[in-house]
Ligand binder design. Structure first.
Ligand SMILES: [Zn+2]
Length: 333
């Protein structure tokens, strides 16, 4: 979590997930606010702008969804589709380490963008336009010998938030109000940075027994109070503009107060989110060790080395002949 140290913006925090509760209704929510860390991910990849924006939203969504689960391991959000962008992967560990990448067809992408420019249409931002038809899936990997929890939903609606909303409604029977945003934001001194954010409020089904304080408040309301309250929160959440969600000079605390102050909002301890990949030489060793030597030789670059580049962080792992021999030796033992 980095304190924003820009002129006059001291004390405003970025790169975090902030859980909160709407006091009078006992509703729980989360806000994800990503600054320098998401900028680092998106700058490193240098994708066309609409691809970067969609990946930024997927990263914010992954942080929000992961924050709603209790897990110890890796939460992965994956979108596979038949559009110009064919794959988006965003994952976040329970320690808040975030990474992601996209696959797209550069030619298809360029021709679609050119056609839009010619017809005077703006930059494509929609899920149908950029991703087409496909699925959004997520898994929670808590290591060997544990179940992988998996959710999957068809891509529906104009935004990734719409798809997640449909998932919660149809698969989990949880009413959810959710927004994500990602934009390149101009800096006062010139230049620009990527920023991303997400806001989610959920109306959890009543559970007997282990009800929390929030559940008890929600359950103590009459049906009309609960219904009116939920409708009000949906409208307020939807009223948050992208600029507000992303503005570096508006802290998440201030934004939540601005939106929900009439119902009272209590903010809990934030969780830091960091741009950090989990790749390592050891992991690449393990993958290469499983390949026959002849196949590794076929992978050699003109200089005679095998180079494996991490799709998430672009880090390159080089293996020359002596490294490959050492791998083969280690495998035999
Ligand atoms: Zn990596």
């Amino acid at each position: 979590m980095t304190a924003y140290a820009g002129g006059g913006l001291r004390g405003v925090t970025d790169d975090m997930l902030l859980p909160f509760q709407i006091e009078s209704l006992g509703l729980r929510g989360r806000m994800a606010r990503l600054g320098g860390e998401v900028d680092a991910v998106l700058q490193r990849h240098d994708y066309p702008e609409p691809v970067a924006r969609m990946l930024g939203e997927a990263l914010a969504l992954a942080v929000l969804l992961a924050g709603a689960l209790k897990y110890d391991g890796v939460f992965t959000l994956q979108i596979q589709s038949d559009g110009p962008i064919s794959l988006l992967v965003a994952d976040v560990t329970s320690d808040g380490h975030l990474r992601g990448y996209a696959q797209f067809d550069a030619e298809r992408f360029a021709s679609a963008a050119a056609a839009r420019a010619q017809s005077g249409a703006g930059i494509e931002r929609s899920v149908p336009g950029l991703l087409g038809a496909g699925y959004l899936a997520f898994t929670v990997d808590q290591g060997a010998h544990t179940d992988r929890y998996q959710g999957i939903v068809e891509l529906t609606g104009a935004t990734l938030a719409d798809c997640a909303h449909t998932y919660f409604r149809d698969s989990e029977q949880i009413e959810t109000c959710l927004k994500t945003a990602c934009e390149r934001v101009a800096l006062p001194g010139g230049g620009s940075v990527w920023r991303a954010a997400g806001l989610m409020v959920q109306r959890m089904p009543a559970e007997g027994g282990s009800a929390s304080e929030a559940d008890r408040i929600w359950q103590s309301l009459t049906e009309d109070e609960a219904e009116d309250g939920w409708r009000r929160i949906v409208i307020l959440t939807s009223s948050a503009r992208n600029e507000e969600l992303l503005a570096p000079e508006l802290s998440p605390h201030e934004l939540l107060f601005r939106l929900f102050h009439e119902d009272g909002v209590r903010v809990f301890e934030p969780h830091a989110v960091t741009d950090r990949c989990r790749c390592s030489r050891e992991r690449v060793d393990a993958v290469l060790s499983a390949q026959p030597r002849a196949e590794l030789d076929d992978m050699k670059e003109p200089d005679g080395a095998v180079v494996v580049t991490c799709q998430f962080c672009n880090r390159a792992y080089r293996y020359d002949d002596s490294d490959l021999d050492a791998l083969a030796d280690a495998t035999r033992h």
